[in-house]
Design a protein around this ligand. Structure first.
Ligand code: ZN
Ligand code: ZN
Ligand code: ZN
Ligand code: ZN
Ligand code: ZN
Length: 477
């Protein structure tokens, strides 16, 4: 029996052993009949397999304790990074052999149970908790904090497909929180992890029978606040906001919430960006020219992630492949999905003709004040909406596209484009839902306060953002 087991854990279908469906029990277990599954779950081999993992998780807790209580010898960031990298490698090698698509399944909480059944029985929860506690000890690390931070970010990305719902809900805020405790040199990596690996698979999850948004979606205001407050690079603010605008139709509510309740720095940035991105909020109210700083010029392009990319380090990613097996094969240290330059996407596609490669939405280059539909025939071409769906963006070189009211109505109606994520001109305050009204009033007061009191930013830098608390979000401690 042990022989059969170890053979199975080395072959390419380990999931067959753990699967709860008896149909999937491999041939060597036929004789066990109905009791095959429970017996396998308690197999001593499982413990042997688990042991090094459990011991290593314990060693992470130990590192964290030493750092927090300044107990000698203090572990170095590099030592911790090596342990954390071991976990990332273990997770990716497990993932590679999973027969179904975890990234597809994770989008819908209904499949959570089935998804968790695909994996060997390791302590993913314990690992997640250990890593999230380690995040807090970053400021106490004296040497190797860069390596430490990189390994933690990589591991959080690798963990996502293995997490249960409560941890999935907490993950986006945890990653955003890294901006507050990791060195500035890691901010770009944090933003990339959030925008390309975490947010697309977490905040759009909707729990059946739940009227409200998921907790992950509700934490968006706190995420925006965290990044706007702790990164002083406007390009990061743009990157995060554009990413959120592609997936959350009600993101303007979160922005209003930040403007109303955020710290002074976060408020100012959120207000600027709302006027920057949303179509003609009120052209008379605000001088847009003053706002159009060099926002997007500093955007660092997100590059092809393939290990052997012939353009290594220079080609911007333009395609994405969600197949976890392809991803781990061609980018052995990176969590799925796989982001590729055109050349690599074409090459891999030739080898794997049945795989799909999706267009990646490019950042907005300029925010146009008028309709960008090349065939627009309207007399009033003033921008009315902005669409982030791939279909509409494909008419605009894969950049989000602005429409006048007439083109907007042609592209988004009951026959087509109903599922596009579109942001329209903000409606007048009295047409808004009441919570949005309150936020808008608070937001306007904030903006006037900031204008009149130039020192406000420094005065209230340390005032805590209470927006999250109001919506029942607790800050990661
Ligand atoms: Zn803070
Ligand atoms: Zn490439
Ligand atoms: Zn393959
Ligand atoms: Zn038009
Ligand atoms: Zn559209």
């Amino acid at each position: 029996m042990a022989e059969g087991y170890s053979e199975c854990s080395n072959n390419s279908q380990p999931s067959c052993v753990r699967s709860s469906g008896l149909d999937n029990v491999p041939p060597s277990y036929e004789g066990l009949g109905g009791i095959a599954c429970p017996v396998l779950r308690l197999d001593p081999q499982d413990w042997m397999e688990n042991n090094p993992v459990t011991a290593k998780i314990r060693s992470l807790y130990d590192c964290q304790l030493r750092l927090m209580h300044n107990m000698q010898p203090l572990p170095s960031g590099v030592d911790i990074a090596n342990t954390v990298k071991y976990f990332s490698q273990t997770l990716l090698s497990v993932l590679k052999d999973v027969p179904r698509s975890p990234l597809e399944m994770i989008k819908d909480p209904v499949s959570d149970h089935e998804r968790m059944g695909l994996y060997p029985n390791l302590d993913y929860k314990g690992l997640f908790n250990a890593i999230s506690q380690l995040v807090d000890s970053a400021p106490h690390i004296q040497y190797g904090v860069q390596a430490f931070g990189q390994s933690v970010l990589q591991c959080l990305g690798c963990l996502l497909p293995f997490l249960e719902y409560d941890m999935i809900d907490n993950l986006p805020y945890l990653v955003a929180y890294c901006v507050a405790v990791f060195p500035v040199s890691l901010h770009q990596e944090i933003l990339n992890l959030l925008c390309y690996y975490i947010l697309p698979f977490t905040i759009t999850r909707h729990y059946e029978g739940d009227e409200d948004d998921s907790q992950a979606s509700q934490s968006v205001a706190a995420i925006v606040m965290m990044v706007f407050q702790h990164s002083n690079n406007p390009a990061h603010h743009c990157q995060l906001l554009e990413c959120l605008m592609t997936m959350k139709p009600t993101i303007v509510k979160d922005l209003l919430c930040v403007i109303a309740y955020g710290t002074a720095g976060a408020r100012l940035s959120a207000a600027k960006l709302m006027f920057y991105y949303w179509p003609a909020f009120d052209a008379q109210l605000f001088d847009r020219k003053g706002l159009l700083c060099k926002f997007s010029n500093d955007l660092v392009p997100f590059l092809c992630q393939r290990d052997m990319c012939p353009n290594a380090g220079s080609a911007e990613a333009a395609k994405v492949c969600y197949d976890h097996c392809i991803s781990v094969t061609f980018a052995s240290d990176t969590p799925p999905p796989l982001y590729l330059c055109i050349e690599c996407a074409n090459e891999i596609h030739r080898e794997h003709p049945n795989q799909r490669f999706f267009d990646l939405l490019h950042p907005m280059q300029q925010v146009s004040m008028v309709c960008e539909n090349k065939n627009c025939r309207s007399t009033d071409k003033l921008a009315y909406s902005i669409c982030f769906s791939n279909e509409c963006a494909s008419y605009n070189g894969n950049h989000p596209i602005r429409y006048c009211q007439q083109c907007h109505a042609n592209r988004h109606n009951s026959r087509r484009g109903g599922d596009h994520v579109v942001h329209t001109k903000l409606s007048h305050a009295w047409q808004m839902a009441s919570d949005m009204q309150t936020n808008l009033v608070e937001a306007i007061i904030s903006i006037f306060f900031l204008k009149r009191c130039p020192n406000a930013e420094t005065l209230s830098r340390h005032e805590s953002p209470d927006c999250g608390a109001k919506r029942g979000i607790t800050h990661a401690q």
